[in-house]
Design a binder for this molecule. Sequence first.
Ligand SMILES: NC(=O)c1ccc[n+]([C@@H]2O[C@H](COP(=O)([O-])OP(=O)(O)OC[C@H]3O[C@@H](n4cnc5c(N)ncnc54)[C@H](OP(=O)(O)O)[C@@H]3O)[C@@H](O)[C@H]2O)c1
Length: 171
Amino acid sequence: MIKPFIIVAHTADGFIAPASAGGQAVPSTVWTSGADKKKFVQLTKNAGVMIMGLTTYKTIGKALPGRVNIVYAPKDTPTIEGVEMTDKAPKDLIAELDGRGFKEVAICGGSTIYTMFMEAGLVDTIYMTVEPRLFGTGMTVFNKPLDVKLNLISVEELSDDVLFLEYRVVR
Ligand SMILES: NC(=O)c1ccc[n+]([C@@H]2O[C@H](COP(=O)([O-])OP(=O)(O)OC[C@H]3O[C@@H](n4cnc5c(N)ncnc54)[C@H](OP(=O)(O)O)[C@@H]3O)[C@@H](O)[C@H]2O)c1
């Protein structure tokens, strides 16, 4: 059975993005560590498929190589080269990817997409990088009330001051 995992980097005070300046989303690559980027590439390439929202895709600006890139976008969004656009219900998309033979799928944000998949009860694992900075205000990992229990599976020091946590969702 396919295992969907969330992969996210957040500040020590729990934000995945700073408060947006003039409505512009800030790319995570601007403030996350090299160690986190390396982990992201390793885990997403290993899964072979990644899912993200259009806002997050726009902060990256291109399809990431070596992985199937699936982007949630409104129906009228022009097609993007190298990207599969979708508006499917999460459970239908996961079932389709299972049928395509994927063993894992990386759910790569942002907050809207993390929340949609968590609410649908589809997330098996959460990989969280804790970056050594504070934003004070900003975007949280999830944007709706949740009550989900987690088991801590492992804690890794990616570098002197960057932590990497693996949680399993308790069903
Ligand atoms: N630190 C990290 O690890 C990390 C990771 C990823 C992203 N981020 C940050 O998160 C921020 C973006 O998050 P976000 O929540 O604003 O946006 P998002 O989740 O990246 O994308 C939202 C987009 O997805 C579309 N969408 C959502 N559900 C859909 C559905 N069921 N069908 C079709 N389209 C759908 C929305 O369409 P509508 O407009 O129609 O609703 C909207 O265009 C950025 O600042 C980014 O840097 C941080």
